[in-house]
Design a protein around this ligand. Structure first.
Ligand SMILES: [Zn+2]
Length: 117
């Protein structure tokens, strides 16, 4: 059995995440750059975590619901996908914050900062 879900990417085209069940084992494959190299990507973790915001469009919702039933039957997964997905979201948000602060500070240093007399 296979569930193929189209995941939202940073570009226009979606990535395809395949959830394969064979011999009572679930394996996950994604065709994004990281996934091609067999790495754990955000598409895999966020879909396993049940994050609907990662879906390419609403037509994928029933498949995410089917996946959630599978995930509930895989005790080894535990809360690992949710923990990873949440931690990565925090990291991305903080990276964006740091980038903004550095940009503003860099411009301030270019213009010059006030020296008190
Ligand atoms: Zn991926």
């Amino acid at each position: 059995m296979k569930i193929s879900i189209r995941a939202r990417s940073s570009g226009d085209a979606p990535y395809q995440v395949d959830f394969l069940v064979e011999d009572n084992k679930l394996s996950v494959h994604c065709n994004c750059q990281a996934g091609i190299f067999g790495k754990l990507c955000k598409h895999k973790t966020e879909l396993l975590a049940g994050d609907a915001s990662r879906l390419f469009d609403e037509s994928e919702t029933p498949k995410l619901e089917k996946l959630a039933i599978l995930v509930a039957r895989a005790p080894e997964l535990g809360n690992i996908p949710k923990a990873i997905a949440e931690a990565e979201k925090i990291i991305r948000r903080e990276q964006a914050n740091v980038k903004q602060i550095k940009k503003e500070f860099g411009e301030k240093l270019k213009k010059g900062v006030v020296i008190l007399s």
